[in-house]
Design a protein. Structure first.
Length: 376
């Protein structure tokens, strides 16, 4: 009798656990993060989009021993930002060796936004063609009628060929004109740094279009969308306006923090002020986060101190910024900072840092916590 009851209770517990699926109650930055099937979430350098009650997480599928794209962009869905159900590959690499997204290319930092006019979803990402390392510095954009995809490639390439930035003063333009591209400068030398800041690479790439590596997209309250990307040999960020359908650039863009050598841009807006968190450029290794603010997305941007606080704060807790999730209406975590702990030798084991942003003296603060529960 006793054994029968125990067996029944045990079976009921197993069935309940299997049916509930929602087994996690906390986010544990830096730890393995199992999806609802128990597999470590594979969506790196990602971004989050909320549609109705669902949160969607898009990110790079990382393989076991290469950082190249062998699968594409995966997506996961959640109602509580803690328990994520795998929804499949939203944007797939191609088996066609001639395709720009052929298996073995680089697809990084994908971000999805929904266009209210067309109802379509646009996925922007950093694309490097197979066999070229990080030389091409291309953007890519793909589109889908459904949030979970499949997304199909619309276009790729350098950004805004033939267009000069909208925020160059006459003096700045004259200084660029004075740069002699035929006079070589040693990479990394003080002169190289100074010419990068002035715009040597901007000038070099005017006809071909501007380089685009680490990137994100941001939709402002007025519905205008912007592509924010590392350009000019990673020395200067650009903020470029997107067309009404979010699928191309308009030709209008600004330079931001010239010569600051930023990567990994992530943006949010609070009470009319735009905040951007970035990293320095040290490959897959972590470095100190940077922070900027501006009264308008097109600038002018002011630099602030590193917002991270806690163990390894000077190395962004061993991670690198990727996205900031807005959670409107939440007092405890109105904005959540997302970062990646990269493991280039074993990329599939890369980890996630998600931490709520708090405020001190009017500035954002990212305080380390071993575990926490988002409030929605
Ligand atoms: C740092 C970037 O943020 C990553 O997305 C990736 O491009 C690596 N560099 C490659 O070294």
């Amino acid at each position: 009798m006793y054994t029968k009851t125990m067996t029944r209770l045990f079976l009921a517990a197993v069935i309940l656990a299997a049916c509930s699926g929602n087994s996690l109650t906390q986010i544990q930055p830096g730890e393995i993060w199992p999806d609802t099937e128990g597999r470590h979430i594979n969506a790196h350098g990602g971004g989050i989009l909320k549609q109705g009650k669902d949160w969607w997480w898009f990110g790079e599928h990382k393989a076991d021993s290469t950082t190249k794209a062998l699968v594409g962009v995966t997506c996961y869905r959640s109602r509580d930002l803690v328990n994520w159900k795998y929804e499949g590959v939203a944007f797939s690499v191609s088996d066609d060796p001639d395709s720009p997204i052929t298996k073995g290319c680089v697809i990084e930092r994908p971000k999805v936004i929904r266009n209210p006019k067309t109802g379509k979803y646009a996925m922007w990402f950093h694309l490097e063609h197979k066999g070229y390392g990080y030389k091409m510095a291309h953007y890519g954009v793909a589109v889908s009628d459904n949030i979970r995809g499949p997304y199909s490639l619309v276009s790729w390439g350098r950004v805004n060929p033939g267009h000069w930035p909208a925020n160059l003063s006459d003096e700045e333009r004259a200084a660029i004109d004075a740069i002699d591209l035929d006079a070589p400068v040693a990479s990394g030398s003080p002169e190289w740094e100074e010419q990068s800041r002035i715009g040597r690479f901007l000038k070099r790439d005017i006809e071909e279009g501007q380089m685009a590596r680490d990137q994100t997209v941001y939709v402002d309250d007025d519905g205008k969308a912007y592509h924010i990307y590392c350009s000019e040999e990673n020395m200067t960020l650009h903020i470029a306006e997107l067309s009404d359908d979010y699928l191309s650039h308009t030709g209008r863009y600004v330079r931001m923090a010239p010569g600051d050598h930023n990567e990994a841009p992530a943006l949010f807006k609070k009470d009319g002020t735009y905040w951007m968190i970035t990293s320095g450029c040290t490959g897959w290794n972590p470095n100190k986060a940077r922070m900027y603010s501006a009264p308008s997305i097109l600038g002018p941007w002011t630099r602030h101190e590193n917002p991270c606080v806690g163990p390894n704060a000077d190395l962004t807790f061993l991670g690198q910024s990727t996205f900031i999730i807005p959670v409107p209406g939440s007092k405890a975590n109105e904005f959540i900072f997302m970062a990646d702990i990269w493991k280039p030798k074993h990329p599939i084991d890369s980890r996630y840092i998600w931490l709520p942003i708090s405020w001190k003296d009017g500035l954002p603060v990212i305080q380390w916590q071993d575990s926490w529960t988002p409030e929605l």
